[in-house]
Design a protein around this ligand. Sequence first.
Ligand SMILES: CC(C)(COP(=O)(O)OP(=O)(O)OC[C@H]1O[C@@H](n2cnc3c(N)ncnc32)[C@H](O)[C@@H]1OP(=O)(O)O)[C@@H](O)C(=O)NCCC(=O)NCCS
Length: 434
Amino acid sequence: MDHIKKKFVEKALPRVAEFRKLLTEHGDKVIGEITIGSVLTGMKGMVSLLTDTSKLDPEEGIRFRGYSIPELRKSLPKVNPEGEPLPEGLFYLMLTGEMPSPDDVSFLSKEWSSRSTIPDYVYKVIDALPLNTRPMVQFSTAILSMASDSKFMAAYLKGIGKQDYWDTTYEDVMDLIARLPRIASYIYRRMYHDNKQIDPDPSLDWAANLAHMMGYEKYEVHRLMRLYMFLHSDHEGGNVSAHTTHLVGSALSNPYYAYAAGMTGLAGPLHGFANQEVIRWMFNMIEEIGPACDDKEKIRKYVLKTLEDGKVIPGYGHAVLRKTDPRFTAQLEFGRKYLPDDPWLITMTCLYEVVPEVLGSISKIKNPWPNVDAGSGVLLLHYGIKEFDFYTVLFGVSRSLGVLSQLLWDRAYGMPIERPTSHPLEWFKKQAGI
Ligand SMILES: CC(C)(COP(=O)(O)OP(=O)(O)OC[C@H]1O[C@@H](n2cnc3c(N)ncnc32)[C@H](O)[C@@H]1OP(=O)(O)O)[C@@H](O)C(=O)NCCC(=O)NCCS
């Protein structure tokens, strides 16, 4: 057993005992109320999940095991003291609740590198899809195709007991995370670089290796990829990709099934697809009104026109957040430090000055501020990763760190199958006295 798995057991055992005690002794304690509105508006704010890895505060944004993004950008181990934290460290923190040492992080880089070989049939599955198949379709198909490799599934079929489910789930989680950069970069090179594939470099960390296999060798891109993989990893349990992974996993579907399902949720325009929509929308805006920051009134009009056409402004708004997303702020800071004169960064900054004011004047919109997707594409564009159709795949690779840590904890707790109750409209009308 590797030392991180041992550490996980050490942490999980007492916590699982607390979980059981809580359920046995206080399972009937009331912790909230459900209104008709709660059900009819997507269960917003309804407490319904247990998630340890991170917590989202509407005003402050995400904290991973209690630490904010600025705190972790300072304190998580890095390759270069001036650089960005290694996502391996964040995974360790989410999994164990403890800050990793540089040795823990370098162990994970090596471990993932050693587990990263993709079975040949997966490449064949991807190659069987037409070249113009959307990147997220190729990505989730590839993940699903690997489910036959699931160690959990094999152990389950052999008849392991419930108490041991977490053990092979850990192995699947590690294998799956390790393989994702290879799969993502394979799709990228296949679609945009004549299928000229680049071998992994085992001396690189997980995020840098992804950039390397996509064809980006500069330290600056590796630094950005580390930030990107860190920022998109987790956003507590209720977001669509995390909740879907959890829900599908609750049927004891193996981690490949559960994560692939999560990825099909991430592919939606209101979730991870928004990162490509932001760039498409910005490109269209520049085409229509010219260099944006020359005249903010023109931007305002363009934003209003988008709204009048019945579309959303991508990258703005959030189901939980009520302030600027600190993941956006981190990207803005990164941009101002390393690419202050980039025209897209300047456009993004102008939009930040105009969009919240416009959205803020519409009473139904609960949050007019930018979310993570408003900033990520601009940074990728700057370093030449201009194929924005692909951006959601990068989001998906990063999201694996959070949703798969959550799934492992679900297995440790022995979470049961999720099965809420539903009713027809008449039932709700009756409750309302109609
Ligand atoms: C993220 C998002 C889906 C949250 O949705 P939500 O929780 O329903 O948000 P709200 O409660 O504020 O929505 C209330 C209304 O305002 C609208 N609204 C919210 N954000 C908006 C935006 N950025 N542009 C235009 N309208 C918006 C909603 O579409 C909804 O309209 P409706 O009642 O006519 O259906 C929404 O803000 C959105 O669509 N944003 C753009 C897409 C995006 O960036 N997604 C990535 C999120 S990380």
